[in-house]
Design a protein around this ligand. Sequence first.
Ligand code: SF4
Length: 75
Amino acid sequence: MCICVNCDLLEVCSVYQTIENLHSVSSTNIKNVTFEPRKSQIAININSRESNIKHEWDVIFCDSFSLNINKYNGQ
Ligand code: SF4
């Protein structure tokens, strides 16, 4: 799971916006991208079934992580 969903900075983070773009998700949680995180590490999982290939991008470590449980849900 991407740790960004529990990070207080997701609304302003350039890496998080990139992850959402890669997932083709509308960036409803993005407000104003002004923050560049330090040392974020992204894990890429590639799943292929028959002719269907899916990619998953998850931030698995980030020096700038700031805990806010359920940030993604707007709480
Ligand atoms: S964990 Fe890092 S990459 Fe993810 S939203 Fe927070 S600051 Fe950005």
